[in-house]
Ligand binder design. Sequence first.
Ligand SMILES: *[C@@H]1O[C@H](CO)[C@@H](O)[C@H](O)[C@H]1NC(C)=O
Ligand SMILES: *[C@@H]1O[C@H](CO)[C@@H](O)[C@H](O)[C@H]1NC(C)=O
Ligand SMILES: *[C@@H]1O[C@H](CO)[C@@H](O)[C@H](O)[C@H]1NC(C)=O
Ligand SMILES: *[C@@H]1O[C@H](CO)[C@@H](O)[C@H](O)[C@H]1NC(C)=O
Ligand SMILES: *[C@@H]1O[C@H](CO)[C@@H](O)[C@H](O)[C@H]1NC(C)=O
Ligand SMILES: *[C@@H]1O[C@H](CO)[C@@H](O)[C@H](O)[C@H]1NC(C)=O
Ligand SMILES: *[C@@H]1O[C@H](CO)[C@@H](O)[C@H](O)[C@H]1NC(C)=O
Length: 231
Amino acid sequence: MLSSILLAVITSTLAAAHTIITYPGWRGDNLITNSTWPYGMQWTYPCGGIQLTTNRSYWPTTGGAVAFQPGWFQGHQTAFLYINLGFGTTGPDGGPENMSFPMIAPFQILGPSKGPYPGTMCLPQVPLPSNMSFNAGDNATIQVVEIAQHGAALFSCADITFAEPGDERIAKVNESNCFNSTDIGFAEIYTVTTKEIGDAANIPTSAATLWSAWSWLGYLPVIACSLWFSI
Ligand SMILES: *[C@@H]1O[C@H](CO)[C@@H](O)[C@H](O)[C@H]1NC(C)=O
Ligand SMILES: *[C@@H]1O[C@H](CO)[C@@H](O)[C@H](O)[C@H]1NC(C)=O
Ligand SMILES: *[C@@H]1O[C@H](CO)[C@@H](O)[C@H](O)[C@H]1NC(C)=O
Ligand SMILES: *[C@@H]1O[C@H](CO)[C@@H](O)[C@H](O)[C@H]1NC(C)=O
Ligand SMILES: *[C@@H]1O[C@H](CO)[C@@H](O)[C@H](O)[C@H]1NC(C)=O
Ligand SMILES: *[C@@H]1O[C@H](CO)[C@@H](O)[C@H](O)[C@H]1NC(C)=O
Ligand SMILES: *[C@@H]1O[C@H](CO)[C@@H](O)[C@H](O)[C@H]1NC(C)=O
């Protein structure tokens, strides 16, 4: 279908952002650079160097809020944001073996023109991954990935246990823990096809499936555009 894509968003300077998940609570502080983590903990897949935790947060089976502080921005610094789900206990740490289930279409965040500045953003209703459902009591992990302008990824995770909506163990979502700072803007990401895959291409089924998943995420190779708006 398409063989190469071009992100229609042009970025300029290097970002030095880090992510703190404020709702539901994160696994722990991984904003650490020391001799054990000489390049910084948060750059480590899948959860920024922190293993599965047992102090889980309850989160609705119908999806719910995810709030985070995407970083400290300077100049025209930007980043791409992804939110994924992982589940199961077959990973090396007894948690998910992967975080391969996207919950939202990725988007871009735009930092303020002056920095450094801490900002919070919140998506009040992050849905479960497409075609997926969980029962109250099931465990999972929400992963927030922030792609810096140089292409490297910062990882942070929140371990959750699903609960029925309205369950009193789910921390209330309100204006003090779920809000958007005015200093952070958002941009949608579009792609444009620059070369179609040739008719003779022999695409294995798994690749075809991958592309249909991308279409579902909004990566229809139709328009090249970057919508910029601030809140
Ligand atoms: C879980 O415990 C760790 C270590 O005490 C802490 O840093 C983290 O914030 C806790 N997370 C939640 C969701 O309570
Ligand atoms: C670096 O920080 C991590 C996380 O706090 C800690 O586990 C590790 O022991 C530290 N390494 C050194 C050499 O202090
Ligand atoms: C979910 O994780 C907790 C520890 O965080 C564990 O006690 C519980 O048994 C797990 N539940 C399931 C259904 O695996
Ligand atoms: C990711 O993890 C899930 C849950 O364990 C598993 O069903 C799925 O096959 C894994 N996907 C890949 C690509 O390994
Ligand atoms: C979800 O399920 C429907 C019906 O089975 C299917 O048509 C669709 O492709 C699935 N979506 C994804 C992203 O797998
Ligand atoms: C918002 O909800 C949290 C619990 O998630 C609570 O601690 C806090 O007091 C609430 N704030 C307001 C203004 O209601
Ligand atoms: C924050 O902004 C995003 C992107 O526009 C939006 O989807 C979300 O609903 C906003 N959050 C709140 C709490 O208004």
